[in-house]
Design a protein around this ligand. Structure first.
Ligand SMILES: [Zn+2]
Length: 237
């Protein structure tokens, strides 16, 4: 089960549309419409309107199109976006390249499948205590998966004070178009001395979107069922 702030969808999409229409009119207000300034504008707006969270158990469930366009056309949202672009343009980050770069086919930056953080727990199946000193590896398509950054380890080692919990944040995967749905197939392999290897296969459905999750602090999680390891030589199923 995850939660998702649909206000982010509304704001990102509103900014994208408003910038497109400003460009079409020849940008009379001389706003900077570079990616960095759009992101700053998004933060400005998101910090001023109420978030709206929904539960989404399919991982990437999104706000429906009708609600999106209704919220987007909301006069308050539009005027906030315009105010944000104006303020951001007048307070541009000095050490940022404000050119938009080569023309892109899509409205806003490159498109990614932003993989949620994967969270699970491993237990000793004989006495239900959390496992420690176990090696946990995340693989996708048979290969060890790259992590988002160096703060995340793969494989990781379960240590005694984490109650058997492990987390992975996979690197975002480049996509061709926004809005494409794809199931990514992963496996978790847990190895600990005195136990049979546990392998768990699962799928994570993701919808591609503009931007790398890191930039937008979209915190999503995919929670696995609890996994149990047993000593070798137990009864067959
Ligand atoms: Zn700029």
């Amino acid at each position: 089960m995850e939660i998702h702030n649909t206000t982010e969808d509304t704001v990102f999409s509103a900014i994208s549309e408003i910038c497109a229409s400003i460009e079409k009119q020849g940008n009379p207000g001389k706003f900077c419409l570079c990616d960095q300034c759009r992101m700053d504008a998004a933060c400005f707006v998101l910090n001023r309107i109420a978030p709206h969270y929904i539960r989404s158990n399919r991982g990437a469930a999104r706000i429906d199109q009708k609600t999106l366009s209704r919220q987007q056309q909301d006069a308050d949202t539009v005027s906030l976006v315009l105010e944000a672009l104006k303020r951001v343009s007048h307070n541009q980050r000095p050490n940022t390249d404000h050119t938009r770069g080569p023309a892109k086919e899509i409205a806003w930056g490159p498109v990614f499948f932003n993989i949620p953080t994967i969270i699970g727990r491993a237990f000793n199946g004989a006495n239900f205590s959390p496992l420690a000193d176990a090696r946990v590896e995340l693989r996708r398509e048979g290969k060890q998966e790259e992590m988002k950054n160096r703060n995340w380890e793969n494989p990781c080692t379960l240590v005694a004070n984490t109650q058997g919990t492990f987390t992975f944040w996979p690197e975002s995967i480049p996509a061709k178009d926004a809005g494409a749905r794809k199931n990514f197939e992963y496996s978790i392999t847990i190895e600990a001395a005195g136990f049979e290897i546990q392998r768990h296969f699962f799928e994570v459905p993701v919808i591609s979107e503009s931007g790398d999750a890191e930039s937008f602090s979209m915190n999503r999680t995919h929670t696995l069922p609890d996994l149990y390891l047993f000593p070798p030589g137990g009864d067959e199923d």
